[in-house]
Design a protein around this ligand. Structure first.
Ligand SMILES: [Zn+2]
Length: 122
């Protein structure tokens, strides 16, 4: 992780992706949505991918999620297998928007939100 220009507000694209992930219902979803205005980006992955670490002001309420990775989405296309996972810390606050690829190339750009089909964890 690198610390340049951090913390910073979420970019519009990052925010849109999180909102998209939170468009499907699951326990704690509403609380996570309510945390977004309190969230900042406090670090990013230094491998070149678009993964960002998030911090949420504790003025927001914690989310009663059932899992530390309550929602994810597959963003694979013809060229690679990749996905997005929204991670929540042990206290119930957003902590990471992780974008991973299964392969050599990191995901360097978030996909258009229309391509993100969020799946709640069961
Ligand atoms: Zn990375």
């Amino acid at each position: 992780m690198t610390g340049d220009d951090m913390p910073r507000p979420l970019s519009d694209v990052e925010r849109d992706v999180v909102v998209r992930l939170l468009s499907v219902p699951f326990p704690g979803r509403d609380e996570l949505r309510a945390q977004l205005p309190f969230a900042t980006v406090e670090g990013r992955c230094d491998c070149g991918c678009v993964t960002v670490n998030l911090a949420v002001d504790r003025a927001a309420a914690p989310a009663p999620v059932l899992s530390g990775a309550p929602v994810s989405a597959d963003i694979s296309d013809d060229e690679f297998y990749a996905g997005i996972v929204l991670l929540v810390d042990g206290e119930g606050y957003l902590c990471c928007l992780e974008v991973y690829s299964i392969g050599d190339e990191p995901v360097r750009r978030l996909p258009p939100v229309e391509q993100i089909n969020a799946r709640p964890q069961r």
